[in-house]
Design a protein around this ligand. Structure first.
Ligand code: PMP
Length: 428
């Protein structure tokens, strides 16, 4: 069997390939093909790293051209034309139109790298150690990021105490029964509370791994105002919700807030290449040269594709407007599907959304049934109780509808309302 070496040699730490055993060979837009020629509809999008689909043809051409011309690939943090162009385009198309004045730091190339940089910077700027984060948060797997993550299984993996952070309730944690921030406001004002004044609060506007909980805009605004009053930094982790996933480039735009630090990764390269940014207000730029560094901060292939992706999709508001229509179609489709299962409901925001089922094992069964029908969807939440839909933002309407139809069948099958699929083999 072709997969043997994966099973015999690769560590059992793997997870996605345990549920999706196909060997994926080729990919284009919202589709992937396995070695045996089966065509899969991808509503997983590399957990948000492929917001513009697989192998966007124009970005692929640029990579081929850059490599053919022996452009510098690895450059630590040295200057290259590719990096210059990315910074210029990012300033012009993303920062300036949104009135955001951020210094750009390239940490290591992953989501957890930008979170670690953000936490370290917040501590250095304020001289305080404590960080507050939210129930069901997910910020990455290195120790600093784990310390602000909620999931108990992931936290246990650290193997040591995760210190210098505490959890506070995310929006709606008490089902609306308790006024927002009542505890936080009180303990910050009470010198006897025993809660050390934190350096920062880190928040996801939509909890991508923690169950697709979406914070309300007024909640985010109130959080931002409260922290400003207490001179505590606000870090928005936009690793998963950013780069258009919720309908705007940054997920916090609609809230009208100006976070002190923003973590960006996953889809910033536009092509699934490793790249991350830590953005912060200029007055927070207190780093000593080299105080935080890393070998892979200059991924020039990613700079090349990132700059062009911003031009292709964010030069004006046409992509965003088209996306709004697709978001509406996705949510309408999901609402319809909830009609099949009593107690199920739609969660999330934009194209970072899904359906929560009352029985915790339903979402896993739905994902398995979807896979039988050649579609990739994952689950989210502390008990994996939510099926999570993350199609590419530029998915053609007919593929979006096809995905919704497969999902509907998968939900019916998973809940005993429909039989086995007749698995169709798509052409090469
Ligand atoms: N922050 C958030 C909000 C994430 O969703 C993730 C990844 N799922 C990370 C950080 C960590 O990113 P990475 O896996 O690239 O380290």
């Amino acid at each position: 069997m072709a997969t043997d070496i994966f099973d015999t040699r690769e560590s059992q730490v793997r997870s996605y390939c345990m549920n999706w055993p196909a060997v994926f060979e080729r990919a284009e837009g919202p589709y992937q093909w396995s070695e045996d020629g089966t065509k899969y509809l991808d509503f997983f999008s590399g957990a948000g790293a492929l917001n513009y689909g697989h192998n966007h043809p124009e970005l692929r051409e640029l990579i081929v051209e850059y490599v053919a011309n022996a452009g510098v690939t690895h450059s630590m943090d040295m200057k290259t034309p590719a990096k210059r162009r990315f910074l210029e385009v990012f300033e012009k198309l993303i920062l300036e139109p949104r009135n955001l004045d951020y210094k750009v730091m390239f940490p290591g190339p992953t989501g957890t790298n930008t979170v670690e940089a953000a936490l370290k910077l917040a501590r250095k700027v304020t001289g305080r150690q404590h960080i507050l984060s939210f129930t069901n948060a997910f910020h990455g797997m290195t120790l600093g990021s784990l310390s602000v993550t909620g999931n108990s299984m992931k936290r246990r993996g650290a193997g040591i105490p995760l210190t210098n952070s505490s959890k506070i309730p995310y929006d709606d944690y008490f089902g609306g029964d308790v006024p927002d921030f009542i505890w936080l406001e009180k303990v910050l004002e009470d010198a006897g509370s025993g809660v050390d004044k934190p350096a920062a609060v880190i928040v996801e506007t939509v909890q991508g791994e923690g169950g697709l909980n979406a914070a309300r805009m007024e909640w985010l605004k109130e959080l931002s105002n409260l922290l400003k009053r207490h001179k505590i930094l606000l870090i928005v982790d936009d690793v998963q919700a950013g780069c258009g996933r919720t309908g705007t480039f940054f997920s916090f735009e609609e809230a009208g807030i100006y976070p002190d630090i923003v973590c960006v990764s996953k889809s910033i390269s536009g092509y699934g290449l490793a790249m991350a940014l830590t953005l912060f207000k200029p007055e927070l730029d207190v780093w000593e040269p080299g105080e935080h560094n890393g070998t892979f901060r200059g991924n020039n292939l990613a700079f090349v594709t990132a700059a062009r992706a911003l031009e292709l999709f964010w030069s004006d508001d046409s992509f965003q407007k088209e996306l709004a229509g697709k978001i509406e179609a996705l949510h309408t489709g999901m609402e319809k599907i909830t009609g099949h299962v009593k107690g199920s409901y739609v969660k999330g925001r934009g194209f970072l959304a899904g359906i929560s089922f009352p029985a915790p094992d339903t979402a896993g069964k739905v994902a398995a049934e979807a896979y039988k029908r050649n579609m990739l969807v994952e689950t989210s939440g502390p008990q994996d109780e939510v099926i999570k839909l993350m199609p590419p933002l530029n998915i053609p309407d007919e593929d979006l509808q096809k995905g919704l139809q497969i999902l509907e069948e998968a939900v019916l099958a998973a809940t005993g309302q429909m039989g086995e699929p007749s698995r169709l083999r798509a052409p090469h």
